[in-house]
Design a protein around this ligand. Structure first.
Ligand code: GLP
Length: 260
């Protein structure tokens, strides 16, 4: 795992730069998109690159990580709508090129299985953008998630619902209890994973994710088994890393020819 400690602006440029390099070499690449606030500066940078540098998504496809169960189609916090609003509709993806799990399906297990099939049929995800929850979840794989899990229904923890209540006018009772999420094994199948974490509130989760024992109690730790993970963290989120000095000196001495 490579850990880069930098300012939030620099982290956004690095993540967007990795996506740009991928799309310029393989325009038909498959992206994994995440919701939450952490990836938003990355999306802003991609939109800038699209408008100012001609970066095109026209031949690319994308899969989102997760979705609330039961939010009505027009609800602004439905992740499908969030992704459309934050990135998909602001670049030149082709119609239907961005897919997400269907939290309104009549048969949720069937919708989850169909989603797994769609990712495989697309050739798998080339680059997955990830955030991390304060409890160490990725996607909505809460503590206790099977490390071998696939897309399925999950129950959100009270901590996650409280964390996300800010998107629902601060009203905890408006945050759904259930979600669909790519499983940890689904996420692990992506060829490159770029996880972004900023702010002091993520310091414990980042410490566990990078340096803790692999455990379902901190689901992101499964990524220690992945051969190509880039962790992009700001100084606050890196605040509990025992190896912070090592990560800083390693990145400072990184050869210029080596991308993320
Ligand atoms: C949400 C999402 C995750 C996200 C995480 C952190 O609940 N399901 O995909 O990574 O929580 O969100 P944020 O980046 O806003 O802190």
């Amino acid at each position: 795992m490579e850990v880069v400690i930098a300012t939030p602006d620099e982290l956004a440029r690095l993540a967007a730069g990795a996506i740009e390099a991928l799309l310029r070499s393989r325009p038909e690449a498959v992206l994994g998109l995440a919701t939450g606030s952490s990836p938003l500066p990355v999306y802003e940078e991609l939109i800038r690159l699209h408008h100012e540098q001609g970066l095109s998504f026209a031949r690319a496809r994308a899969f989102t990580l997760d979705e609330y169960v039961g939010l009505p189609p027009e609800h602004p916090q439905r992740y499908r709508n969030v992704i459309d609003h934050e990135i998909a509709e602001r670049v030149d993806f082709s119609p239907g090129a961005v897919q997400g799990p269907d939290g309104l399906a009549g048969d949720l297990p069937a919708a989850c299985a169909a989603y797994e099939d769609a990712i495989v049929a697309a050739g798998g995800v080339d680059l997955q953008i990830l955030g991390i929850g304060t409890d160490g979840h990725v996607g909505f794989n809460e503590p206790g998630s099977s490390l071998a899990s696939r897309t399925r229904i999950k129950t959100l923890t009270e901590q996650t619902r409280a964390d996300n209540a800010r998107f629902f006018g601060g009203q905890l009772d408006q945050v759904p209890q259930h979600c669909l999420t790519q499983g940890l094994a689904t996420i692990m199948a992506a060829r490159h994973i770029v996880l972004i974490a900023t702010g002091r509130g993520k310091a414990d989760a980042v410490h566990q994710f990078v340096e803790g024992p692999v455990s379902a109690m901190w689901p992101a730790t499964i990524l220690q088994h992945h051969p190509h993970v880039t962790a992009l963290v700001d100084g606050a989120a890196a605040g509990r890393l025992q190896l912070a000095d090592y990560f800083r000196s390693t990145y400072a001495a990184k050869p210029v020819w080596q991308g993320l």
